[in-house]
Design a protein. Structure first.
Length: 115
């Protein structure tokens, strides 16, 4: 069992930056591939970024490529999402997940980007 807690969301103006964190507890963090997803009001949850267990491989959605960076610190059981050049369309609840056969989800953190 893995528990995930996101933090770092908030209200920011367009063009600004935020860094989200997701702290994992439970089983060995380095065993899990980690990812970030988001869900805007009235829309389905969508993929944002993912990182493999060692942190050597990352994949991004086209909509955030070049603006967002996913990283992880296995010693701190934490995965990060650095978000730069934020746009109003980035407004959503952001969720992290952990995957190793089973997928675990956090409760989410709200990101609101004002124009």
């Amino acid at each position: 069992q893995v528990q995930l807690v996101e933090s770092g969301g908030g209200l920011v103006q367009a063009g600004g930056s935020l860094r989200l964190s997701c702290v994992a507890s439970g089983r060995t963090f380095s065993s899990y591939a980690m990812g970030w997803f988001r869900q805007a009001p009235g829309k389905e949850r969508e993929f944002v970024a993912t990182i493999n267990r060692s942190g050597g491989i990352t994949v991004y959605a086209d909509s955030v490529k070049g603006r967002f960076t996913i990283s992880r610190d296995n010693a701190k059981n934490t995965v990060y999402l650095q978000m730069n050049s934020l746009k109003p369309e980035d407004t959503a609840v952001y969720y992290c997940n952990a995957r190793y056969g089973v997928t675990y989800w956090g409760q989410g953190t709200q990101v609101t980007v004002s124009s």
